[in-house]
Design a protein around this ligand. Structure first.
Ligand SMILES: Cc1cc2nc3c(=O)[nH]c(=O)nc-3n(C[C@H](O)[C@H](O)[C@H](O)COP(=O)(O)O)c2cc1C
Length: 161
């Protein structure tokens, strides 16, 4: 049987950019990567936020940000990534779907609001509901992260965004 995708059939790329102080977000990024790997025709790149730049962004068809809420806001390193890429991305006309995977002690909504506000200016479009995982990493966090990575990659693969 032939599968015909009426959209763009070229290989899609997902960029996972993360920052982690304690290792929690690094673990979530690994889990999301594992989920995304289930889509064989999506190329998945994982970069620390301080190593990610406009070039990496311009090679991607989708962006997954994995970060903590710190002091009611985006962690500083992820904010720095967005600050560094905002005007260059606009200059290149980059528009892509994004998803948020937020680790938090007991909230996470401040980081969500700030990220959504900034990303709407690129303008990037949400591909999924933000996932906020509170407290220590656990099996449910692993599952939630894998599911988000897999769903995002599947959407890219099918060209539904
Ligand atoms: C300086 C600092 C500020 C934090 N501020 C918040 C906060 O405002 N709201 C919240 O829910 N959690 C807060 N947390 C908890 C972190 O979001 C949480 O521990 C997260 O898992 C850290 O992930 P990471 O260590 O991988 O970066 C804070 C942690 C630190 C170190």
């Amino acid at each position: 049987m032939w599968w015909i995708n009426p959209g763009d059939t070229s290989m899609k790329s997902l960029l996972i950019s993360y920052h982690s102080q304690s290792g929690t977000c690094a673990q979530l990024a690994r889990d999301a990567w594992r989920g995304a790997q289930q889509e064989a025709d999506v190329d998945v790149t994982v970069l620390r936020a301080w190593d990610a730049d406009t070039q990496a962004l311009s090679r991607a068809h989708g962006l997954l940000l994995v970060m903590a809420e710190n002091s009611g806001a985006l962690c500083g390193t992820m904010k720095d990534f967005l600050d560094r890429t905002f005007y260059p991305a606009i200059a290149r006309g980059l528009v892509m779907p994004y998803a948020l995977l937020i680790s938090a002690g007991n909230d996470g909504r401040g980081a969500q609001r700030q990220a959504e506000r900034i990303l709407s200016g690129y303008p990037f479009v949400p591909a999924a509901e933000p996932v906020i995982l509170r407290g220590e990493w656990c099996a449910a966090h692993q599952q939630g992260s894998e599911e988000l990575g897999q769903a995002f990659a599947a959407g890219l693969s099918m060209g539904i965004f």
